[in-house]
Design a protein around this ligand. Structure first.
Ligand SMILES: Nc1ncnc2c1ncn2[C@@H]1O[C@H](COP(=O)(O)OS(=O)(=O)O)[C@@H](OP(=O)(O)O)[C@H]1O
Ligand SMILES: Nc1ncnc2c1ncn2[C@@H]1O[C@H](COP(=O)(O)OP(=O)(O)O)[C@@H](O)[C@H]1O
Length: 181
């Protein structure tokens, strides 16, 4: 199939927003998708929560207000890039359903991807050792343990990363975005 993702009918780019718990697989999937799309010649950019917090959102914490500010900043930049035809991949916990709804509804061609794995699984993965700290009570406001995560009720794509491989996740993402085999 011819790739039409980068310039859909309105001539703008699009935003693919990965939301989910820490360790669910957002960065893994978003960066693999970025590489795949780039190899197809698509103008693609990844706004990853960790990198954003080192730069654009440096100094913000994890209160609801700071998380919402972070998410709105990411959405603002995503919108600017998308306006110029870029496919923007966002990887951020973005735990609040209302805020996700607000920012996604203002973005061109938004796709909400729920990167989902149960708390037991992400705790077991504990990629950064943060769950250990949070469960020990040493990390207040840690999403899923001592802070809320409001799962999307009707995501455009729901990937259970404890049930499918990274490769299968990428296959489903590409198919959903119109890059099916
Ligand atoms: N309290 C608390 N809660 C959640 N996450 C925490 C916290 N403290 C630090 N971290 C690390 O920060 C990363 C999440 O940043 P995000 O910008 O994606 O979060 S948010 O969208 O503003 O909620 C997150 O990265 P990921 O693991 O990639 O999701 C964590 O590594
Ligand atoms: N199907 C899968 N999809 C994505 N990641 C997976 C999957 N299965 C196992 N993993 C692993 O889970 C971890 C997810 O970490 P990461 O991508 O940093 O999560 P997040 O960005 O959501 O915090 C990685 O070590 C990754 O290899």
């Amino acid at each position: 199939m011819t790739a039409t993702l980068n310039r859909p009918e309105t001539g703008t780019g699009r935003v693919v927003w990965f939301t989910g718990l820490s360790g669910a697989g957002k960065s893994t999937l978003a960066s693999a998708l970025r590489d795949d799309l780039a190899a197809r010649g698509v103008a693609v950019e990844l706004l990853d929560g960790d990198a954003v917090r080192e730069n654009l959102s440096k100094g913000l914490g994890f209160s609801r207000e700071d998380r919402d500010t972070n998410v709105r900043r990411i959405a603002f930049v995503a919108g600017l890039l998308a306006k110029h035809g870029v496919t923007v991949l966002v990887s951020a916990i973005s735990p609040y359903a209302d805020t996700r709804r607000e920012v996604l509804s203002a973005l061109p061609h938004p796709t909400e991807v729920f990167v989902d794995a149960p708390l037991e699984v992400v705790t077991e993965r504990d990629v950064k050792g943060l769950y250990l700290k949070a469960l020990a009570g040493d990390l207040p406001h840690f999403t899923g343990v001592s802070d809320p995560y409001e799962a999307p009720e009707t995501p455009d794509l729901h990937l259970r990363t404890d049930q499918i491989s990274v490769e299968e996740g990428i296959r489903q993402l590409l198919a959903h975005l119109g890059y099916g085999a």
